[in-house]
Design a protein around this ligand. Structure first.
Ligand SMILES: NC(=O)c1ccc[n+]([C@@H]2O[C@H](COP(=O)([O-])OP(=O)(O)OC[C@H]3O[C@@H](n4cnc5c(N)ncnc54)[C@H](O)[C@@H]3O)[C@@H](O)[C@H]2O)c1
Length: 260
């Protein structure tokens, strides 16, 4: 692992890192020299990724978390304190998607999606920010939060009512957190993926079986759906000192789907 890595020695908690976008970011952070806590509801996939990162001479640990539960989040960050000695970067990537036409959107889906996608980042950000402030470590920087938002944060569609609301809330949370934590030098930014080929998209978005990934790709200006790896350079940028004068921003990495 290169000592010249842009995240050398930074301690990163990545939620949802057992799969898809979170896993790609965890891999990318480890390759850039970070010590990564791979946090996921699914401990098996988290442990599998840790084995892969360790085999590539990276540093990673796994921990199970349900980001929508305060006790579980507290336990995750206590583990980070014990095993990594603190936290410098948090990536909120854990998320769920329910594709439901607007009139079918039900209370159970609404509660689940809003709890995981919006409340989860709030709880994790509070836990991380308290540590950033207490650490006050000038050699490591003040602390970085990266929220995985969505094109739905800016442009909702009728088939993803709860999801779009959760991602609009996450964008608002990104901006209010950025303002609230700016006096501490902590930066908080979002990444807006479009359609990324992950289990989440395949399992949930395509459940109605009326559209294929190719159908979606045809509507993307750059002509293809995203791979999780497309998001990694931006995630590294937002976690290192190159982005120190940026906060409260949403960077769209969506092949040109949303231009505002
Ligand atoms: N795939 C896309 O097209 C797309 C587009 C825009 C934004 N996103 C967002 O990117 C993020 C990652 O999505 P993905 O596509 O990689 O999905 P994914 O299903 O591949 O990965 C999501 C991970 O989150 C974990 N998770 C779910 N609920 C959790 C909980 N309560 N606590 C902890 N972990 C939990 C899952 O176990 C899974 O490992 C999500 O926030 C999603 O909304 C995805």
């Amino acid at each position: 692992m290169s000592k010249a890595g842009r995240l050398h020695g930074r301690r990163a908690v990545v939620t949802g890192a057992g799969s898809g976008i979170g896993a790609a970011i965890a891999r990318g952070y480890a390759a850039a020299g970070a010590h990564v806590l791979v946090a996921d509801l699914n401990l098996d996939t988290a442990q599998g990724l840790v084995a892969e990162i360790t085999a590539a001479e990276g540093v990673a640990l796994a921990h199970q978390v349900d980001v929508s539960q305060q006790d579980s989040v507290d336990a995750l960050f206590t583990y980070a304190d014990e095993q990594l000695g603190g936290v410098d970067v948090l990536v909120n990537a854990a998320g769920v998607l329910r594709r439901q036409p607007f009139l079918d959107t039900d209370e159970e889906s609404w509660d689940l999606v809003l709890r995981v996608n919006s409340l989860g980042p709030l709880l994790c950000t509070q836990a991380a920010a308290k540590r950033f402030i207490a650490q006050g470590d000038e050699t490591r920087g003040a602390g970085k939060i990266v929220n995985i938002c969505s094109t739905s944060s800016r442009q909702p569609t009728g088939d993803f009512t709860a999801y779009a609301a959760s991602k609009a809330a996450l964008l608002s949370l990104t901006q209010s957190t950025a303002k609230g934590l700016a006096p501490h030098g902590i930066t908080v930014n979002g990444i807006g993926p479009g359609i990324v080929d992950t289990p989440l998209w395949r399992a949930d978005a395509l459940t109605l079986q009326d559209r294929t990934l190719e159908d979606y790709a045809a509507k993307i200006p750059l002509g293809r759906v995203s791979l999780p790896e497309d998001l990694v350079p931006t995630a590294v940028f937002l976690a290192c000192e190159d982005s120190d004068y940026m906060t409260g921003q949403l960077l769209m990495v969506d092949g040109g789907m949303v231009m505002v």
